[in-house]
Design a protein around this ligand. Structure first.
Ligand code: ASP
Length: 427
């Protein structure tokens, strides 16, 4: 039997009816049995569901937003399907379930589990629409619920994969279907041992594609994006970018670690371990070659620029006139881990530890309250973390022009700066 191929289509590739039509055109000559198509929620649906949760949590009226999401999906469907198509009843059903779920109480305590139950609807709804549309185009796919095979722990919102169980279930229940049909499924979602819905972290659908690819020993995984491939910087933020034709797994992993959003950071490792190539291709130009990420990529010296927004710089000073020791760092990391926060940059001085983390709802307050008895804490919000890999020092000043630099760090290969735009006042 030929090897499984995995295609992943993100939110932008299913953001409206013409995007979905384009997706079906991409599949017209490529769809075959033994293929898995992974789709994300449509456009910005996950953000919109997050807004509903935030409103509900602060006891505000979320009905305007929930009507917006419903209208958005129904209007896409009315452009894709005739009035009598069964998709409309399916959608109605899914939205009724979602509304029902939203009636149960939400608090800070049950937030993570509740979040996973609610945001998973984005993927459940979009996969239904795409699968029905493909079938209507005679591109026959079997819709499957990813929660059948993606087995995780109960770390809601950041669930870890139970690889053994996932692989076993994939092989046992999906492989036989794949022998005859392509499967269409959702990214991002899984289930824990008790059957509760979990999610793999924002933008986690790439990771789903890698999990399925690894579990089914795929020939390759392809991520379809709105960019020509992996670029050396985000074209929305920096001019004059260049595309990598190929990248080694290690280089690609490093770029994603520092925040390159083109691929989810967890995607590379399982594929690298299994030696499965990852292609990043443009859904706007499907015939173009894109980027191939694989073991034997030729090395290059092109610097890569990665920008992470919404960063918080926290400085923790010891209060007892001692110096920073291992126990202080241990204590800080213990609390960060308990709050599931990752350090994006760390700098030590004799009496203080500076860390840079992503901004997350509630987390800063929780961290401060856990550590304020032991440290004098200062923090700055709304910052950006700029990382340059394979840096060329002559290029750095122009990237910092117009910015105040709060923290800077440089190694032979990597330059990092925490920056804040300097407000210019009109005279
Ligand atoms: N829909 C989810 C998100 O927006 C997962 C994904 O698109 O990869 O984060």
């Amino acid at each position: 039997m030929t090897k499984t191929l995995v295609f992943k289509f993100g939110g932008a590739s299913v953001k409206d009816s013409s995007a979905i039509k384009n997706l079906s055109e991409i599949l017209r000559n490529r769809l075959r049995k033994n293929m898995i198509i992974v789709v994300s929620a449509m456009g910005k649906t996950t953000n919109a569901l997050e807004s509903i949760l935030a409103e509900k949590l602060s006891l505000k009226d979320y009905s305007v937003n929930s009507t917006k999401i419903k209208d958005f999906h129904f209007s896409i469907c009315s452009e894709l399907f005739p009035e009598a198509h069964p998709i409309f009843a399916q959608l109605q059903n899914l939205f009724s379930q979602l509304e029902q779920e939203l009636l149960s109480p939400l608090s800070q305590e049950n937030y993570d589990e509740y979040y996973d139950r609610i945001v998973s609807y984005g993927e459940l709804i979009s996969s239904r629409i795409v699968s029905e549309y493909l079938c209507a185009q005679e591109l026959i796919v079997v819709w499957k619920d990813a929660r059948e095979v993606i087995c995780t722990d109960s770390d809601f919102r950041f669930a870890k994969i139970n690889w053994e169980k996932t692989k076993l279930t994939c092989q046992k229940s999906w492989k036989p279907i794949l022998e005859n049909f392509p499967i269409l499924t959702q990214g991002f979602i899984g289930k824990d041992a008790k059957g509760r819905t979990t999610t793999l972290g924002r933008e986690g659908s790439d990771f789903t594609a890698a999990i399925l690819g690894t579990s089914l020993e795929a020939g390759s995984v392809t991520i379809w994006k709105d960019v020509p491939g992996v670029l050396n910087a985000d074209p929305k933020l920096f001019p004059n970018t260049s595309k990598f034709d190929e990248l080694g797994y290690k280089e690609a992993a490093e770029m994603t670690y520092f925040g390159a959003s083109v691929i989810h950071p967890k995607t590379i490792k399982p594929l690298a371990n299994a030696g499965i190539p990852l292609f990043v291709k443009s859904f706007l130009d499907p015939e173009a070659s894109g980027t191939k990420i694989h073991e034997s990529a030729a090395s290059h010296e092109i610097p890569a620029i990665v920008l992470k927004k919404d960063q918080i710089l926290i400085s923790l000073k010891v209060t007892d006139f001692t110096f920073i020791e291992e126990k202080h760092i241990h204590r800080i990391y213990e609390q960060l881990q308990a709050l599931k926060l990752r350090v994006n940059m760390l700098q030590l001085s004799a009496i203080s530890v500076s860390i840079v983390i992503d901004a997350h709802l509630f987390k800063l307050d929780q961290l401060l309250s856990r550590l304020q008895s032991e440290f004098e804490i200062r923090y700055n919000e709304g910052l950006e973390l700029l990382t340059i890999l394979k840096q060329k020092s002559e290029e750095i000043p122009s990237l910092l022009q117009g910015y105040e630099v709060l923290l800077e760090q440089s190694t032979r290969n990597t330059f990092q700066a925490v920056r804040r735009k300097v407000e210019t006042k009109d005279i």
